[in-house]
Design a protein. Sequence first.
Lengths: 224, 224
Amino acid sequence: MTYYSEHSKHLVSVDVIIFGFDESRLKVLIGRRQMDPGRGEWSLYGGFVSADESTDDAARRTLQELTGMKKVFIRQVGAFGQVDRDPGERVISIAYYALINVKDYSEKQRMEHKAEWTDISELPQLYSDHREMVRQAWKLMKQKMRTEPIGFNLLPDLFTLTQLQRLYEAVGGEPIDKRNFRKRIKDMDFIEKTDLIDKTTSKRGAYLYRFNKKVYSEDPTFKL
Amino acid sequence: MTYYSEHSKHLVSVDVIIFGFDESRLKVLIGRRQMDPGRGEWSLYGGFVSADESTDDAARRTLQELTGMKKVFIRQVGAFGQVDRDPGERVISIAYYALINVKDYSEKQRMEHKAEWTDISELPQLYSDHREMVRQAWKLMKQKMRTEPIGFNLLPDLFTLTQLQRLYEAVGGEPIDKRNFRKRIKDMDFIEKTDLIDKTTSKRGAYLYRFNKKVYSEDPTFKL
DNA sequence: TCAAAAGTGTTAGATTTACACCCATGA
DNA sequence: TCATGGGTGTAAATCTAACACTTTTGA
């Protein structure tokens, strides 16, 4: 029995902007579209929302199908509802962004799906309105990253302060003064210095830090 | 002919959080739901997205059906996609917020629709997840109001600085220092003093100001 | 004449920005 | 020994926040 029977129904999809961070560049995961229309064009990964799952769940499922990863940090970007946005049928799409640590994504799985990490400032043309989705996702992510400790999702558990700084520079799009940056980090007790040293990027080696979620939850004050 | 034929289709609605400002309170327009399920409960105004209109257009149409107003400032809040969010059938809803000047909304039309302006801090229980929609809309609007001159949509073309301050206090939820506030206004050339005086709220009278869109577009720097 | 809202500047404190050199190490 | 990235403090400038009295006028 339907209550709202006189109204149109619509295909609803999710599209996921998967952000990664590599060395010093912000990356987005894209692939060649496998389906008509637009077969072969660069595109975000997406999927249709089925009857028995929430849009959030559809985004998580899409992500898991692609990466095998569960418990990924995702946030909604918004709905894209132009009538003719998809050249096939009408599809209303909800965009989400996800933050993953590139190293947690197995190369094997990435290859199987022919997914490519692309520098965000060198994106090719993308299918439909996917470029606009990326633009909005980046903007939202950038904003949120200033005031919430979400950037750690893009890094390994242990990271150097230089890595962290490069991440903030890549996302913000401009260089940051090293001393000022480190001063601010020092004020945040939940960014903990370990006694481990990373020697992969320098001869001297750099201390590794970790984000302590528990300490953060006791005083959730973040500003970068 | 369908390209995506194997996928589920969904009812998609829009719900609009219509903000107004009266004296010194931020208001939201709500009404009694006219439809089962949930008939008689307090609810936002909404409507279903039809096949040939964008979600943005559906929001504008909903708004126009209710208020008669065209060219209203609206922004999307986001999609609400829990499977069981609507007690009737599954409905995915896209929330929008709108900013209108209460005085531009004819009382007659408001009465016809039995719409009520409710103080945002005194909202009753609302249908489905509408309360959460209001919460998110308020948060987004508050953020945007700090950095973009959107508040003027809630005021008459001519307003006093006290009115403007009350608006910012109502939206931000805390009192603002009068002198500091006026200092910041003075720095923004696009908030123009007219030589008109409003005597409705004081014996002495207060200068009326107006927002000059053109001047703003030449130097779009806003911070409050 | 007085109550009520409008209008107006200054100062201390906090925050932000700019800036340059020494350190440790492996090649 | 030297090239490379790691690590550290101070001072000036800017921004923010706190604060109180005078003006105008209608009742």
